[in-house]
Ligand binder design. Structure first.
Ligand SMILES: Cc1ncc(COP(=O)(O)OP(=O)(O)O)c(N)n1
Ligand SMILES: Cc1nc(C(=O)O)sc1CCOP(=O)(O)O
Ligand SMILES: [Mg+2]
Length: 517
């Protein structure tokens, strides 16, 4: 019997690099390395090695369209990366084709296909590949456009020497092309920095991410790797973004995954010819150190803490999140040593009283009581900890919480938010929602167990991890098998006939599950 392997499909519409370091060849290496299947629509044959581009021969528009139509019949894409387009006829034809196909997919299947466009103009050896193209026919069809500083400058028709000039240009381009922009700073333009590889991410509108992270500009900085073996880094970055989106990651996550992938690839890159060598292929990024730091590049606050928040006194295990003081007390009696009070009604007249009672019960039962959201009241009444979501972080005074010596837990929903949370150096990081939940409306989709495994691995040896969302006795073993350290539960305990019994069963179940490597 044929084995059934389900792989996301990424198309790369780009030029062949006979030297194998960039173009279609780098795209395929990246797409395969990140666990997707790559299909190619070749726009040009380039005659090049690591030192020079000797010839560029565009394919005809007809041949480009034949490749697109042939693939569409049998291997439809989950995401598309566009690299070298050689002439205006190719841009126009691709734009017309995409306009019909993307619209058709949206109407017939309710699916939007991500399109990542890397406007290739110059090879890493410095030789020109394409020039003077007008990308405006692609307006409204692109998810992310990824020019480097030199390309952005050509597109805007003026030099961009400072960060604010780059930001202004990227914002203008985002609005004219109707897309998000990743302005890359690797090429010694206005974003270049000798110690860090900085990219400016201009988020216009991104599906399924917190409203807090929309319409924002972020500076993504990775440690600059001092290597000239970076041939194909732009191609690898854009195809890695497309691959991550094909796997269902939101754009914010795809961008940081791709940046980590390229940083690791340059770190281990190697020389083959006399010019810049290719990136190493290091697989799905698993080490937190490879990921960029994220800073606001607009009027939003940058999430950084001067030092680490208090370490947890004990490991948590099953972490009940409750709204009722009666339930909280019954769970403390049943042996819960870490618990959260989560009162969401904004005008609850008993809010402060409930917080005081919860904290005092925690003292009675020698348990850590975390207070959700209400950080000032938590400090005033001496809680063990505070839990804040990504949105809450923008209202809270992290310096004051740090100074109070109280533990801080932070929520995250994907790689981007996990990195923001990690920058604060909290006491634990929660990742959610793992399964569907009715407890709370979420902008994001459920993360699922495969992603939880990635997050748990990324956080290991850095921060305790907590999984939340739809966790109950039926999926407890599968959740623990991901390597996550703790689980937070709302309905599985609070909606039970006896919350105390439900807690005991979950907690004993959790402790009894042996996780083997
Ligand atoms: C352990 C844990 N994880 C996540 C959350 C959710 O926090 P937040 O995103 O701020 O949402 P609200 O709970 O405030 O609705 C949590 N409370 N606890
Ligand atoms: C409060 C909360 N925060 C989530 C997150 O993903 O940040 S999911 C969630 C609800 C969890 O409830 P239940 O265990 O009933 O599914
Ligand atoms: Mg909150």
């Amino acid at each position: 019997m044929d084995s059934v392997i389900s792989k996301s499909i990424v198309w790369t519409i780009a030029g062949s690099d006979s030297g194998g370091g960039a173009g279609i060849q780098a795209d395929l290496a990246t797409i395969n390395d990140l666990g997707c299947h790559g299909c190619t629509v070749i726009t040009a044959l380039t005659v090049q090695n690591s030192v020079a581009v000797e010839q560029v021969e565009p394919v005809s528009v007809d041949l480009m369209l034949q490749q697109l139509n042939c693939l569409l019949k049998d291997l439809p894409p989950n995401a598309i990366k566009v690299g070298l387009l050689c002439n205006q006829a190719q841009v126009n034809a691709l734009a017309n084709w995409l306009a019909i196909i993307l619209n058709d997919y949206q109407t017939r299947h309710g699916v939007s296909i991500a399109v990542v466009v890397d406007p290739v103009m110059v090879a890493s050896c410095g030789d020109a590949l394409a020039n003077g193209l007008d990308f405006s026919p692609l307006t409204g069809l692109i998810t992310l456009f990824t020019p480097n500083s030199a390309e952005l400058s050509v597109l805007m028709g003026k030099p961009l020497n400072t960060l604010s000039e780059v930001s202004h240009a990227a914002t203008t381009l985002a609005s004219t092309l109707g897309c998000n922009i990743l302005a890359k700073g690797g090429d010694k333009g206005g974003l270049w920095h000798k110690d860090s590889a900085k990219d400016l991410y201009v988020c216009a509108e991104v599906d399924r991410v917190s409203a807090r992270h929309q319409h924002r500009q972020f500076m993504l900085s990775s440690q600059r790797v001092d290597s000239r073996n970076n041939h194909g880094s732009g191609c690898s970055l854009s195809s890695a973004i497309a691959a991550a989106m094909a796997k269902g990651y939101v754009l914010h996550d795809a961008v940081v995954i791709a940046k980590a992938y390229v940083t690791a690839g340059i770190r281990d890159g190697y020389q083959l010819g006399d010019g810049p060598g290719p990136l190493a292929r290091t697989g799905w990024p698993k080490s937190l150190e490879m990921f960029p730091s994220i800073a606001s590049f607009d009027d939003g606050p940058s999430l950084q803490a001067a030092s680490a928040f208090k370490k947890l006194d004990t490991s948590i295990g099953v972490y009940p999140v409750v709204s009722s003081i009666a339930v909280l007390e019954s769970l403390l009696k049943a042996g819960a040593k870490t618990i959260q009070l989560r009162v969401k009604s904004v005008d609850d007249p008993l809010l402060e009283q409930k917080i005081q009672q919860a904290i005092s019960l925690g003292e009675t039962y020698q348990a850590q009581v975390f207070i959700n959201d209400h950080w000032q009241l938590a400090i005033t009444h001496g809680a063990s900890g505070i839990h804040l979501g990504q949105e809450d972080l923008y209202h809270a005074d992290l310096a004051v919480i740090l100074q109070s010596g109280i533990a801080l837990g932070v929520s995250s929903h994907g790689y981007f938010e996990l990195l923001l949370a990690a920058q604060i150096k909290p006491s634990y990081i929660a990742v959610g929602h793992i399964f569907a939940t009715t407890t709370k409306e979420m902008p994001s989709l459920p993360q699922g167990l495969d992603r939880l495994r990635h997050y748990a691995e990324l956080l290991e040896n850095h921060f305790p991890s907590v999984a939340i969302g739809g966790i109950d006795i039926n999926n407890l073993a599968a959740v623990k098998a991901t390597g996550v350290n703790n689980v937070a539960v709302v309905r599985a305990v609070s909606n039970a006939l006896s919350p105390a019994d439900a807690y005991r069963t979950l907690s004993q179940g959790w402790e009894a599950i042996n996780v083997t490597e």
